[in-house]
Design a protein around this ligand. Structure first.
Ligand SMILES: *Cc1c(COP(=O)(O)O)cnc(C)c1O
Length: 364
């Protein structure tokens, strides 16, 4: 894509005016170190691959189960909740899109943080939902009082992206409770919750306005399979099914359902890989601090860092020359930060070695 949009006379006004979400770069090549889109450095569970191979059978001539019951049952067992409290979609991005249609109204303003997942404003514009970006504090904390104001819905990622900061359960529940009284839905996007935060899933029975969104893209090494889940009261889940069935009856294919269900059944592999990522993160956090980075404490599989002397833009472009990709958002307030995905220990060693060389050149 180039920066100058070519207007086409056949486009609708929505198509003309939307600013599409820009996904992190997916460079081709095998040598490069890819730390820019928070994928897992580890392969999916061997049991998942086996399940997908088994599903690649002549049954593919048949439509998949429109309710993805096998997957929803596996997730219900894993989390100890009811089948009717789970929705699944083609990536959590699709579920978030359905949420806009299911729970928000055009003309009624919703809230989300100013520094957050950049898909939220895109969907807001796509679906004509006005929004207010609530400013995080200087240190990227969520000011919960600011979310306890007049609103028609809230979306909040926890841990937040791209900062990695985790918001404690009590603060979130205070917001959920406030919104319960005013009859609005609060969506907590827990894309990174498996890396050390506490999920709010156990509170869905208590708060009928609480919707939790998860993805298998990060902690279960399945970004390529496109699986998202939502957990909430039966009423909210039914609302999502109404929208899905008005859009695409079969968002998950047979291979995806089989593989994702197995990912929930293979608990051991999941515990092992997420444990490794958490340990690597805790180690690399300290190493980055030693070479002059300010590191925001993270409960995600990435670190949000700024260097005391060298600009993020410089570091990012120097790393690129060495075929190491990290994410640099050229946005107000965060343009001196880099978001670095936690890779394997070897990848992190290689990153540190290159950072030391790059930063060393600035000392003179
Ligand atoms: C990665 C990410 C998602 C998207 O996940 P998919 O399931 O791959 O669509 C959603 N929300 C946040 C905050 C993310 O970082």
């Amino acid at each position: 894509m180039n920066n100058q949009p070519i207007l086409n006379k056949y486009w609708s006004s929505v198509c003309r005016h939307i600013d599409p979400y820009v996904p992190g770069e997916q460079p081709k090549g095998t040598k490069l170190i890819k730390l820019n889109t928070n994928e897992s450095p580890y392969p999916p569970s061997p049991r998942v691959l086996e399940a997908i191979r088994n599903a690649a059978s002549e049954d593919l001539r048949r439509y998949p189960d429109p309710f993805s019951d096998e997957l929803r049952k596996a997730a219900a067992d894993y989390y100890g909740i009811g089948l009717k409290q789970i929705f699944v979609g083609n990536g959590s991005d699709e579920i978030l899109a359905f949420c806009y249609l299911a729970f928000f109204n055009p003309g009624e303003r919703i809230l989300f943080p100013d520094i957050t997942y950049s898909f939220y404003p895109v969907y807001s514009k796509l679906f004509g939902i006005p929004y207010k970006e609530v400013a995080l504090t200087r240190d990227f904390y969520v000011p919960i009082r600011e979310f306890m104001t007049d609103n028609h819905g809230i979306i909040i990622p926890n841990p937040n992206a791209p900062t990695g900061r985790f918001l404690d359960t009590d603060s979130l529940l205070t917001m959920v409770n406030y919104n319960l009284d005013c009859g609005k839905v609060i969506i907590v996007d827990e894309a990174y919750i498996d890396f050390g935060g506490d999920s709010l899933i156990s509170f869905i029975n208590r708060f009928p306005n609480l919707l939790i969104v998860h993805t298998l893209s990060k902690s279960r090494s399945l970004a390529g399979l496109r699986i998202g889940l939502a957990f909430g009261s039966e009423g909210l889940i039914e609302g999502l099914f109404r929208i899905k069935n008005s859009f695409n009856s079969y968002p998950l294919d047979r291979l995806a359902i089989a593989g994702a269900a197995e990912a929930f059944r293979d608990r051991e592999y999941f515990e092992e890989t997420r444990g490794k990522i958490i340990r690597t993160r805790e180690w690399i956090e300290k190493e980055l601090a030693k070479i002059g980075f300010i590191v925001i404490p993270s409960k995600a599989n990435f670190l949000f860092v700024a260097h005391k002397n060298v600009s993020a833009a410089d570091i990012s472009s120097k790393l690129r020359e060495r075929e190491i990709y990290v994410r640099h958002f050229k946005k107000p307030r965060i343009d001196n930060y880099l978001r670095i995905s936690v890779g394997s220990d070897e990848e992190m060693e290689f990153l540190l070695k290159n950072l030391r060389e790059i930063l060393g050149a600035y000392k003179g």
